[in-house]
Design a protein around this ligand. Structure first.
Ligand code: BEZ
Length: 251
């Protein structure tokens, strides 16, 4: 899903973050893919949702920058290519561009939107969902707090873009899109395998700033800070996700 090269294990992602694609069903509904449409899946990950598009009869191209994700997507028989979402070079060949849980990794959103506009045929749809303003706010606060305490790189505590609907709509309009609908959707998300597993998957580079012998204590400290707000008495964790979902059309 990230635009720059990152190392992801599709196996641990499926185990600890499989909910990401499971919860993508609603944004797929906003896309409403039609048989025969040519669709680009921007940040396809392991291809779980890309496969759903193919099953709906679309001709799908998935792009991602993680070698492990691309291998998993190709193992599903998908056309998955190693392309950076900030450097798209398609020319008016898609009926729709779809993206789930990927755009928050793409820091230069204007370039992403310009590349998507160029990739779409006139009238083509751009439908997506990613982290919106306030997403994982408690987690970001805890990570920033420990980054400051231990003199770590604060950018690694919050390397994402989580825009407000107003900010995203303004970018889409500037990029030549008409926005049909856009919504910020708070979605507290149960973490079946806990907060520590989530942190290890999504914020590995933050913890890798420390020698291996010290990482466990740092993870414990972050979990301790988060426990009062995000963990119930039975030990069940919930992440404070907020999604930004949108449907736009290229003019
Ligand atoms: C998200 O899907 O909202 C997300 C993923 C990784 C880190 C933060 C948020």
């Amino acid at each position: 899903m990230p635009s720059r090269e990152q190392s992801w294990s599709s196996e641990s992602y499926r185990r600890d973050a499989g909910f990401v694609s499971e919860l993508g069903a609603e944004v797929l509904g906003w896309l409403a893919p039609r048989p025969g449409e040519r669709i680009l899946d921007l940040g396809c990950g392991d291809g779980a949702l890309t496969a759903r598009l193919a099953e709906a009869g679309s001709e799908v191209v998935g792009i991602d920058m993680s070698a492990d994700f691309l291998a998993a997507a190709r193992a599903r028989g998908l056309d998955a290519r190693r392309i950076n979402g900030e450097e798209l070079e398609f020319d008016a060949e898609f009926d729709a561009v779809f993206s789930n849980a990927a755009m928050h990794w793409m820091l230069d959103q204007d370039r992403v939107i310009a590349g998507v506009a160029a990739a779409l045929k006139p009238g083509g749809r751009f439908v997506g969902e990613f982290g919106g303003h306030g997403n994982v706010a408690a987690i970001v606060t805890a990570l920033t707090s420990v980054a400051r305490r231990y003199g770590l790189d604060e950018h690694l505590a919050h390397p994402w873009v989580f825009p407000t609907p107003g900010e995203h709509e303004a970018r889409l309009r500037a990029g030549g899109f008409t926005v049909r609908r856009i919504a910020l959707i708070p979605r507290p998300t149960p973490l079946k395998t806990g907060m520590r597993a989530w942190l290890e998957i999504f914020r590995k580079p933050m913890f890798e700033q420390l020698p291996p012998s010290k990482r466990g204590a740092l993870l414990d400290e972050v979990c301790d800070l988060l426990r009062p707000g995000l963990c119930d008495d039975a030990g069940n964790w919930t992440a404070d996700y907020v999604r930004l979902r949108f449907e736009a059309v290229r003019g």
